[in-house]
Ligand binder design. Structure first.
Ligand SMILES: CCCCCC/C=C\CCCCCCCCCC(=O)SCCNC(=O)CCNC(=O)[C@H](O)C(C)(C)COP(=O)(O)OP(=O)(O)OC[C@H]1O[C@@H](n2cnc3c(N)ncnc32)[C@H](O)[C@@H]1OP(=O)(O)O
Ligand SMILES: CCCCCCCC/C=C\CCCCCCCC(=O)OC[C@@H](O)COP(=O)(O)O
Length: 315
């Protein structure tokens, strides 16, 4: 086949089109990241979506990578160490500075129940900052069905409850209390988000009673933890996610020795009040970013250690 000199044959025309397409594709490949970068810089919504996507992808990736190792140990609360280590770097990726106040209040020799306010899934970043060894969260059963994430949660000994099947949930909580009380089991602590669901903003929902029944049944103290409002740097409603500072305040423990189920409503109310007060003070002092060392928690309900033992560690 002889080409017409200086002219276009069918195949060279096709070759030219291919070249053009390739060129366009190459430009597209180069321009797409640039456009995404530009969008990331200019649009706070896009930034929010990217950061949330990264958050979820990180969790899925860690769960997928680490679950096989955790599986060697079998289902064990010791795997919570892996879970904690895998989520600890997240704060650095997002430029979130964590201030922990009163962390020494978590150094109790025996078992206890932690209750903490629940604003968003971002709470996991705060949770891993302070969660003690041999402490497992109570989670909604739906998490079990998130593929490798569910598997990782199960392997870490996370306790699952079906929130809408009260009797079944109460059964799980009673068995957990039994485990906490058993002397042949080394110390087991439980982390509960007593609001029972995420609640963004500066307020707290009324508390569900499971955590308080658990503490009373096991006759162990309750340690309330308040995470300052994220409003300054995070809002799922406004699709906003920048860097910022978060304060985690550990409040004095509340003893439950000698209390019975009939005391649970009052106990629930008094812990809610103490946490709401701390949350309000954090919101006022520049949204938790300023000094909250003056925080007066009111009556130290049952804590023999009393007030003034707040220490700060900023990480
Ligand atoms: C291998 C490592 C790799 C790792 C990589 C990373 C991988 C994964 C990372 C993921 C990590 C996940 C972390 C998990 C965080 C999950 C967070 C959540 O899921 S929060 C949601 C779940 N939590 C809760 O629901 C809170 C606990 N719920 C309750 O306490 C509720 O009380 C209940 C569910 C038990 C019942 O709820 P409800 O009926 O709506 O309301 P109440 O007002 O609380 O109770 C009604 C009456 O029942 C009585 N009651 C309640 N509990 C008990 C009880 N235990 N015993 C006896 N009676 C009980 C209560 O007193 C009320 O009766 P009354 O007469 O009115 O007093
Ligand atoms: C085969 C299935 C494939 C599944 C794909 C997996 C995708 C999973 C993506 C990301 C997993 C991130 C899990 C983060 C867990 C955050 C814990 C949390 O904050 O739970 C919310 C719960 O407290 C209250 O729930 P609601 O506010 O009532 O709602």
């Amino acid at each position: 086949f002889q080409e017409f000199p200086g002219g276009w044959s069918g195949s060279s025309l096709r070759g030219g089109t291919m070249d053009l397409l390739l060129l366009l594709l190459l430009h597209g490949l180069l321009l797409l990241p640039l456009a995404a970068l530009l969008l990331y810089r200019c649009s706070s919504t896009f930034q929010y979506l990217c950061k949330m996507a990264f958050f979820n992808c990180w969790i899925v990736a860690m769960a997928t990578l680490l679950s096989p190792f955790a599986a060697f140990r079998g289902r064990s609360v010791e795997n919570m160490k892996l879970l904690r280590a895998s989520l600890l770097p997240l704060k650095r990726f997002y430029g979130i500075r964590m201030r922990v106040r009163g962390s020494e209040r978590l150094q109790l020799p025996g078992p206890f129940v932690i209750v903490c306010n629940h604003q968003a899934s971002l709470d996991l970043i705060g949770m891993v900052e302070v969660i003690p060894d041999r402490c497992v969260p109570i989670a909604k059963r739906e998490l079990l069905y998130l593929g490798t994430v569910g598997w990782a949660c199960w392997l870490s000994g996370i306790i699952f409850i079906e929130r809408h099947r009260r009797d079944a949930a109460i059964g799980v909580i009673s068995r957990t209390a039994g485990t906490m009380r058993r002397e042949n089991v080394s110390r087991l602590c439980v982390w509960v988000f007593p609001e029972g669901t995420r609640n963004p903003g500066r307020s707290m929902l009324p508390f569900k009673r499971g955590a308080f029944h658990l503490a009373v049944q096991a006759q162990v103290p309750i340690v309330p933890i308040v995470i300052s409002p994220y409003c300054d740097f995070f809002s799922s409603k406004e699709k906003r996610f920048t860097s910022g500072t978060c304060t985690i305040q550990v409040l004095p423990r509340v003893e439950t020795r000698g209390l019975s189920p009939k005391d649970v409503p009052k106990l629930t109310e008094s812990v809610w009040q103490a946490m709401a007060k701390a949350l309000a003070e954090m919101s006022m002092s520049d949204h938790g970013d300023q000094d909250t060392e003056q925080l007066q928690l009111g009556e130290d309900r049952g804590s023999p250690q009393g007030q003034g033992d707040t220490a700060e560690s900023s990480k």
